[in-house]
Write a protein that binds this ligand. Structure first.
Ligand SMILES: CC(C)(COP(=O)(O)OP(=O)(O)OC[C@H]1O[C@@H](n2cnc3c(N)ncnc32)[C@H](O)[C@@H]1OP(=O)(O)O)[C@@H](O)C(=O)NCCC(=O)NCCS
Length: 178
């Protein structure tokens, strides 16, 4: 398994991966929603605000994750992980966790201080994410599942409570995704 940075030339392959994974795990409709979201994320986000990673097996992308810039009130450098997909046939083999850890290590090497995500705490706690209350850091949109608001410090310091609103990139700034 090879882990590397996503490059724009792989856009179609990655959009197709998200479409098939979410169609199979949820519904065709959800597959289309996520595929459209990923395409928008790639095409509308400034290159400095988006970092993607792929897992490849024999030149074929079998996993993909994106981190996009997240502006927090105290000015710390932060990114948010969304979305995440591993090809249905190879799920449950540790690829998702390894790919997320690879991405987090890369963010640390860029001196990013905080990582956030929104999802299942049971899965994301395996790579260091913990539930975070909105009293500490607000989510950018109203949360349908507040239990899924998760974060981790990447610089070894405890996350400090911050007052004020936060801002995600345009593609993620869609209440339907939250
Ligand atoms: C969620 C996903 C990315 C995990 O990737 P993966 O490579 O299958 O995961 P790993 O092999 O690293 O980890 C598997 C473990 O996580 C658990 N897990 C996987 N998906 C989970 C989920 N949605 N919620 C809770 N736990 C989950 C598995 O039960 C497994 O636990 P075990 O080792 O005790 O059996 C992948 O299954 C996927 O793409 N699913 C469909 C799309 C999706 O739901 N993406 C967003 C997740 S919020």
């Amino acid at each position: 398994m090879k882990f590397s940075l996503f490059s724009e030339s792989r856009t179609q392959e990655v959009v197709d991966l998200f479409k098939s994974v979410f169609s199979e795990s949820e519904s065709d409709e959800e597959g289309k929603v996520i595929a459209d979201f990923v395409e928008k994320l790639i095409t509308t986000t400034r290159p400095t605000d988006l970092i993607g990673f792929v897992a490849e097996e024999k030149e074929r992308i079998v996993g993909c994750i994106f981190f996009s810039r997240f502006i927090v009130p105290n000015g710390q450098e932060a990114f948010i992980l969304s979305p995440v997909a591993v090809a249905t046939q190879v799920q449950g083999a540790g690829i998702g966790q390894k790919l997320i850890q690879f991405g987090l290590d890369h963010l640390k090497s860029l001196n990013v201080s905080l990582a956030f995500t929104y999802g299942d705490p049971g899965f994301y706690s395996r790579t260091g994410f913990e539930q975070i209350n909105e009293d500490v850091v607000k989510a950018p949109c109203p949360l349908s599942q507040p239990i899924g608001w998760l974060a981790q410090s990447l610089n070894g310091k405890k996350i400090q409570a911050m007052t004020g609103s936060t801002q995600c990139v345009e593609a993620l700034n869609d209440p339907d995704l939250w």
